[in-house]
Write a protein that binds this ligand. Sequence first.
Ligand SMILES: C[S@@+](CC[C@H](N)C(=O)[O-])C[C@H]1O[C@@H](n2cnc3c(N)ncnc32)[C@H](O)[C@@H]1O
Length: 220
Amino acid sequence: MVTVREIFPGVFMLDNLVATLNANPGKRVYDERLTKIDGKEYRYWDPFRSKLAGAIKKGLHEFPFTKDGKILYLGASTGTTVSHLSDIVGEKGEIYAIEVAMQVIKRLIELSDHRSNIIPIHDDANQPNNYKEVGEVDAIYQDVAQPNQVDILIKNCDMFLKKDGIAMIAIKSQSIDVTKRPDDVFEFALMELEKYFEILEKYKLEPFDKDHLFVVLRKK
Ligand SMILES: C[S@@+](CC[C@H](N)C(=O)[O-])C[C@H]1O[C@@H](n2cnc3c(N)ncnc32)[C@H](O)[C@@H]1O
C-alpha cells in the first residue's frame, strides 16, 4: 500500500518518491514509471533525470509553480522537467519553453501537441528580445549549462519576471570554469546573483547531479 502525500500543490510523494498527476493519462514522456492509485494516474518524477525533482528530494521549500501559473523555462531540452510542470500548472497554465538546439526541440514540439500548456520556442536564451511577446511571468526556471548562465538568467528576469517573482537556476560549475574548484565557481556565481536577487535556498544536487548548485532566488 503506497502512502500518498501532497507536498506542494500538484506535487506528491508516493512513499519517498516524487510524482505528479499525469495530465495525459496512459502516456509516458521519458521512461518514467506510471502508477494508478485510487483511480488517479501518477507519473514518477526521476531526480536523476530532472534537477527540479533532485532539489525537491534535497528539501526544497519554495515552489512557485502553481495551477494556472505562467512560467518561462530556459533550456527546455526534450521536455523531461517541462512535462512535470505541465502536469502541475494544468490546462490554463502556460509554460514558455525556450530551447536553442533543433534536434531536441523537435521532441518538445511533439510533446506540446499533447499538452497544450507547453509553448515551445526555438530560440537562444541570450536573446530575450527575440521572444519578448512572452510578457510577464510568475516564475523563471533556468537549466542551460552555459558559461554565462548567470547573465542569461539576470537578463531574462529583468525582462519577464514579475516583482517578487521567484527564479530557479541549476548552476553547473563545469560549464562555467573547468579549471576552478566547483565551490569557488559557485561562490562567484552567488556573489553575482546577490546583486539582483535575494537568495532564498541553495542545494548541491549530489547524488543526483555532480557539481551542480541549485539556487532559489527572489527578484529584488
Ligand atoms: C541540461 S539540458 C536541460 C534539461 C532540462 N532542463 C530538463 O530538466 O529536462 C540543457 C539544455 O539547454 C539548452 N541550451 C543551452 N544553451 C541555450 C541557450 N543559450 N538558449 C536556449 N537553450 C539553451 C541545451 O540545448 C540543452 O537542451
